[in-house]
Design a protein around this ligand. Sequence first.
Ligand SMILES: [Zn+2]
Length: 142
Amino acid sequence: MDPMMQNQNNAMPTAKSGGRKFRNDIIFISVLLAVVVLMGVAFFLLRGEGDTVTVEVNGVRLGSYPLSEDRTVEIRTGIEDEELNLLVIKDGKAFVETATCPDGICAAHRPISREGESIVCLPHKVVITISSAKGNAPDIVA
Ligand SMILES: [Zn+2]
């Protein structure tokens, strides 16, 4: 009984500075909450992020490349492979740097990195798609 009473008595003088401690706790909890929210946002963003770039020409799969590795892929089309779409994978994003197609829509397309995004070159029948091997997205059966 006595030690407990003593502890309670000892707690009394620090009660005044308890207000500051309480404020620190609020700051700490706020920071913690902010971190948790940021982590949640990051997790959500990462979930939507694709990891594979797939190139199809005329419906035929040419190849798949990891989005995490920087590389340049020459997509040759045309009767004598005279047409070119230069696919660049850089910093986790894929884009067409140059293309010989007349409309240039694919080259003008902004870099893609999110699952399900694609760059299409209609004149060359080239489709560049971002997919995710994580398989979070439900399969849509047409
Ligand atoms: Zn194009």
